[in-house]
Design a protein around this ligand. Structure first.
Ligand code: MN
Length: 696
């Protein structure tokens, strides 16, 4: 840990006018306030703010920033108040400490709100004073350096994830590449320990096998440039496991396919030397097209300047080369911070110049939308932030609609949604929300989630809630149908069936609620026979003829079959008497009777075809219909009524498709013959519950 005098000396080294007494005061203040608090490492807590202050001296930041770093956790973690800070260190430092404290508070919020709040407050803090952000980044970097002391793995991973998603991109944003790289490297180690170990291992292997490669290439570059009359410094390095891993992920390649694991830096004396060096390298080695970037003539927004290119060395090895001046290199490392520190002593208005730089960066993207476009805060790019009328902030995926918003606020609110106002105006529920929209949900008392919403909602929460509600509604409707069928069944029992018999039946069937039975009947999960037996045990034995036991039913006779030939009415086309039919005899199986128009006949072309006709003995055949109902309460029951009025029976019912405002069912009905089925179809088509009814 830095000692008090060491820290002060460091500041004095780059700022001889620094207020020694104030810095000493801040140092002693933080030591006293944090007292005997301990870090996870076992070190005294105050070692942390002191280390963060040390990081700030590396950036040559002003004394206010150094004091802020020293004090940054006092308000958050001790009894100190902002007013105490103000009384002791003045309004400027108090404001900076307040800014850092606010950011720290966000870190303790639940994850959802935290991410959203983070963004907003970061932006505020950044545009207010970038020194808040610099201290926060120093704070995070030191916490990452000591992350391995934290025992709880989830916590470690959460901090690492947040670092890689939020803080590293922010560091990059303001050009602090050193911070960015170190944060990424440390976070990667904790997030992907296996990948980290594997890649580090492979790198070590390569280092062993090709020992001295890096030095050899650096020397070759240096010699080539010396021949062109350039005096340069060449630095060679391996890429970091994280950047290799990211490349593997981005390009979907394996480690072996990553060829450019070496990167070199050529540091020149003057800017024009950089271009000369570039030309020399491009004529000495083959360069990879598309990889050349000129950030000297067009610096990045954060001030980064360099030439980038990639060469093919000794036939196969790809190497990245960055060419820049020594001065650019210094500035590039710490970006805006260095830029500022570098300038402030030359210009009397250094602080103002620095602010101008900052404003340029944030300004180019003043509205959050654009800032997002311009930053690589990938975590936020696919999100939007919308507010409730009371100002609560909700984070949603891009494309989210008022319905998603409503479900994000509360499941009950989502369920009752009937309309929405966006920024005070009535808008359709399918309207995609924009960043910053104020969304007011209009609810109706007995409103229900609509199936059609599934067509536009984007959040899992909304989707799941809508599905749940719809399934529930469907169940209710099927149970309603079941109740009607139940009345018919009950009427056929020999004894009068009342509530008591029903309760007994439920017990026998091991069901809890009446609705369970009605649903089972409606969905044809239980046969009429079973229901009757449960209601009046033994009843079906005595009244066999009256029962609906389909298996004992007399089969329809078919002409054209040899005596004793078994047959089945095909499941694909459900022929009924009156249809023109044909028999298909597959080897070793009974004869399948198909409607002559059945498409599946094509698959039986190699089998025996029998010319069949319906016999005189009538029975019951099953016709399959596809019926499209208006998707509203009661239409299923209405359909069942029509079937019953036409003396047919629903054998099974299955929902096949829902497309607002329609719901389509496949329904098997027992009918006498084609005429019966046709009559039923006409009746169905006549109903205002039915949009369409067809035979399969
Ligand atoms: Mn801290």
């Amino acid at each position: 840990m830095l000692r008090q005098y060491e820290l002060v000396e460091r500041v004095k080294a780059y700022d001889p006018d620094a207020d020694e007494a104030m810095l000493n005061h801040a140092y002693v203040y933080t030591v006293q306030k944090h007292g005997s608090q301990k870090r996870a490492s076992g070190d005294p807590y105050f070692s942390h703010p002191v280390e963060v202050a040390g990081l700030m001296t590396d950036l040559k930041l002003d004394q206010q920033t150094i004091a802020t770093a020293l004090l940054h956790d006092t308000v958050e973690d001790t009894l100190t108040t902002i007013d105490d800070i103000k009384a002791n260190f003045g309004p400027e430092i108090a404001r900076l400490v307040d800014g850092v404290t606010k950011l720290s508070k966000i870190e303790q919020m639940p994850e959802d709100e935290r991410a959203a709040e983070n963004l907003r407050k970061f932006l505020l803090a950044m545009s207010e004073d970038i020194r808040v952000l610099l201290v926060k980044l120093g704070d995070r970097l030191h916490n990452m350096r000591t992350l391995h002391f934290i025992k709880n793995e989830d916590k470690r991973r959460r901090i690492a994830r947040e670092t890689i998603d939020i803080y590293a991109p922010l560091a990059e944003r303001i050009g602090m590449y050193e911070y960015m790289r170190e944060m990424q490297a440390l976070a990667f180690e904790h997030l992907e320990p296996d990948a980290f170990a594997t890649i580090s291992g492979r790198l070590a292997q390569i280092r062993e096998q090709e020992g001295g490669q890096v030095d050899a290439i650096a020397l070759a570059i240096k010699q080539a440039l010396a021949e062109a009359g350039l005096k340069v410094e060449v630095q060679g390095r391996e890429k970091q496991p994280y950047s290799i891993w990211r490349k593997m992920a981005e390009r979907h390649v394996s480690f072996d396919q990553i060829t450019d694991i070496f990167a070199f830096r050529v540091l020149c004396e003057k800017p024009e030397d950089c271009y000369l060096a570039l030309g020399t390298l491009h004529t000495t080695w083959q360069f990879i097209p598309g990889r050349f970037k000129d950030y000297i003539s067009t610096p990045k927004n954060n001030g980064y300047r360099s030439l980038h290119t990639a060469l093919i060395y000794s036939g196969s090895m790809r190497v990245e080369v960055q060419i820049r001046t020594q001065e650019m290199h210094r500035t590039n490392h710490f970006g805006l911070a260095a830029h500022w520190a570098y300038k402030q002593h030359d210009e009397p208005d250094g602080q103002v110049a620095w602010l101008r730089d900052l404003i340029e960066i944030v300004d180019a993207s003043h509205d959050p939308e654009e800032l997002l476009e311009n930053t690589r805060l990938a975590i936020y790019q696919d999100r939007i932030f919308a507010f409730s009328p009371k100002g609560a902030l909700f984070q949603l995926p891009k494309g989210a609609t008022p319905v998603d918003f409503a479900f994000a606020v509360h499941t009950d609110l989502g369920a009752q949604t009937i309309g929405a106002k966006i920024n005070g105006r009535h808008m359709p529920l399918r309207t995609p929300l924009a960043n910053g929209d104020v969304v007011e949900i209009i609810k109706g008392g007995d409103a229900e989630p609509q199936l059609s919403w599934l067509g536009f909602v984007v959040t899992g929460k909304a989707r799941a809630a809508i599905r749940r509600a719809v399934r529930h509604k469907e169940r209710e409707e099927v149970a309603e149908l079941g109740a009607k069928l139940y009345d018919q069944i009950a009427a056929r029992t020999p004894a009068k069936v009342g509530k008591k018999a029903l309760r007994e039946a439920l017990k026998r069937l091991d069901m809890e609620e009446e609705e369970d039975l009605m649903y089972a009947i409606g969905a044809a999960k239980i046969s009429d026979h079973e229901v009757m037996e449960a209601l009046v045990p033994g009843s079906t034995a005595d009244f066999e003829d009256n029962t609906d036991d389909r298996h004992n039913r007399q089969p329809i006779s078919i002409r054209g079959l040899k005596p004793g030939n078994a047959y089945t009415l095909a499941d694909c086309c459900h022929p009924v008497p009156g249809d023109r039919i044909v028999g298909l005899r597959r080897k070793g199986e009974s004869v399948e009777v198909h409607n002559i128009q059945c498409l599946s006949l094509a698959s039986g072309i190699d089998n025996d075809w029998l010319d069949l006709d319906w016999g005189d003995r009538s029975g019951v055949a099953i016709g399959r219909l596809v019926v499209t109902l208006y998707d509203r309460r009661g239409t299923i029951a209405e359909m069942a009524n029509i079937v019953a009025r036409n003396h047919a029976d629903v054998r099974s019912l299955e929902q096949v498709r829902v497309e607002n405002p329609f719901a389509t069912y496949e329904i098997d009905v027992e009918v006498q013959d084609l005429a019966h089925l046709t009559r039923l179809l006409s009746a169905l088509r006549a109903s205002d519950a039915v949009a369409q009814a067809e035979r399969v």
